[in-house]
Design a protein around this ligand. Structure first.
Ligand SMILES: CSCCC(=O)C(=O)COP(=O)(O)O
Ligand SMILES: [Mg+2]
Length: 230
């Protein structure tokens, strides 16, 4: 029986276009000045720049070089943990200033609340940092959804296409794999979760349905139908 829902964000609870056409461009526009102003005096930024330098091989004192690396990672949608941490800090400014609100599909908003009220425990697993996850749900256009979530996981538990990451999550949650349903729009993530014994549903929100043996859902109402049948 499913007792835990673990959900991806981009393409699952929220649109890919919001992430790629609003969040990423905002980060690209502001990250240079954010780092130039904070590199020396802000230990949280400095810590991430240490990691960018280590990962890229660019000299730690070459601030413009590090910014260039970060810009290229944004362009290439690289799921690098220090980039994701810095993006979370930047987006906090954007949300707080009202530059944008988090997108959440109406069906996701509806069923997250219903599942919470029904006693299911809800967790997020996204490549976006935990801070970014709390922001998109906390400042969503439909209100604050953070009270419905019991916890958040990001790439600090490992990459989303690696089965060990899901084993790490199971260990932290202290639950049996077959009690967890993972929702994602990316098949390689579903495959990795299944290798850890977790149940999955593939969110295919647009376009043709794939020819697959996997459990597929168009939206969270269809996921709910699956839950009720299990
Ligand atoms: C947490 S909102 C920003 C999402 C993000 O930065 C990202 O890379 C999307 O990753 P996901 O694992 O949610 O597909
Ligand atoms: Mg996704």
């Amino acid at each position: 029986m499913i007792r835990v829902i673990l959900t991806d964000i981009e393409g699952t609870t929220s649109s890919i276009s919001f992430v790629h056409e609003v969040l990423f461009p905002y980060a690209a526009e502001h990250i240079g000045d954010f780092i130039r102003e904070g590199a020396a005096g802000n230990p949280a930024i400095a810590e991430q720049l240490d990691a960018v330098a280590q990962r890229s091989g660019v000299d730690r004192d070459d601030i413009e070089g590090l910014i260039e690396v970060l810009q290229s990672w944004i362009r290439d949608d690289r799921k690098e943990t220090p980039l994701k941490a810095l993006q979370g800090m930047l987006w906090e400014q954007g949300y707080q200033q009202g530059a944008f609100h988090g997108h959440i599909y109406p069906d996701a908003a509806d069923y997250l609340q219903r599942w919470h009220d029904r006693g299911l425990r809800l967790f997020v697993y996204s490549s976006g940092s935990v801070k970014a996850q709390k922001l998109i749900f906390g400042f969503s256009e439909a209100g604050d959804f953070t009270p419905f979530f019991s916890g958040y996981f990001d790439t600090r538990v490992g990459g989303k296409k690696e089965s060990q990451s899901y084993r790490n999550i199971l260990e932290q949650l202290g639950v049996e794999p077959e009690t967890v349903l993972f929702l994602s729009d990316v098949e390689a993530e579903l495959q990795a979760a299944e290798e850890a014994g977790i149940r999955t549903a593939w969110l295919v929100r647009e376009g043709e349905l794939p020819d697959t043996d996997r459990v597929v859902a168009r939206n969270f109402a269809e996921v709910d139908d699956l839950l009720r049948k299990r």
